[in-house]
Design a protein around this ligand. Sequence first.
Ligand code: ADP
Ligand code: F6P
Length: 329
Amino acid sequence: MKTIAVLTSGGDAPGMNAAIRAVVRTGCENGARVLGIRRGYLGLMHGDMFEMNLRSVSDIIHRGGTMLYSARCPEFATEEGMQKAIEICKANEIEGIVVIGGDGSFRGARDLSMRGINCVGIPGTIDNDIGCCDYTIGYDTCLNTIMDMIDRIRDTSESHDRCTVVEVMGRRAGYLALNAGIAIGATSILIPELPFDIEKDIIERMRRTQKTGKEHFIIVVAEGVTEKLEAQGIHGVSSLAKYIEHNLGVESRATVLGHVQRGGSPSAKDRVVASQMGSRAAHLLLDGIGNRVVAMQKEQIFDFDIFEALNMTKSIDLNLYNIAMEISI
Ligand code: ADP
Ligand code: F6P
């Protein structure tokens, strides 16, 4: 009997549970022993795992977070940590591991694969920032959460003729900010991938919009632009709100949406994609194939060599940004 395992690693994302469910059910239905590893690579290094069956994953498809818990574990990235993990795999007869997480987690999966433990990665992160994939599990749910939250902010912003600066997640990527910005009609959108100038891209745009009769504004800022804001003398979104109020005389507020963005019941899209990806990953391992990353491109599920996947890049859709700038005025 084959033994495969599954873990979730890095920042959690809605839909991870649906992926775990698909891995476990696919494994069990095809005669494998399936182990659930708690808290990602941390749990792997310490042998924190349990045998799962068809019923272990009942009633989780609609839940946010991850029933296996997640962790960031710098020790695992060292040779010592890696050896500990390999010993545990040998002791538990683990032949393959499905790793659900972001590109950091995939680097760990690559390193384990290089040392003889078959790993298959599934992209799970709200940031949608994995080069080989058009889509990562959790992104759709997160985007809709942000949209819902900002719709609420807009109600009060409009009632008071205010400007609200909203910071959304995305340390290195602006997919959430750009798409949410379009979905809620933000006057300006700041993302890490594109240069910006506060005067030109915020103050002048707001002034122009004011002249057409608009009196309330939403500015969406990705978490990852903090350093670029600092370089322009702005220390965070509260400071940006004050700057806007001072320069335009529009009463302004700042909201950092924070971790509310990472929770909640996964959308239908996240549940379906997670189920497809979990199934593909488990079948690969059952066929003895490892060192792969499952990916979605143009709505189809593929799998790539991890090394190649980690070298792939994707870029922000400039056309989408230009559309936003043309119509959100
Ligand atoms: P994500 O998977 O969401 O990108 P992290 O970057 O925090 O999240 O990575 C999750 C975990 O993956 C880390 O805590 C570490 O255990 C492992 N990891 C990250 N980078 C590497 C690396 N270069 N080599 C080996 N393991 C890594
Ligand atoms: O990678 C997902 C993400 O939510 C990023 O958007 C964010 O920058 C980061 O994780 C925050 O992580 P944490 O608060 O868990 O350290």
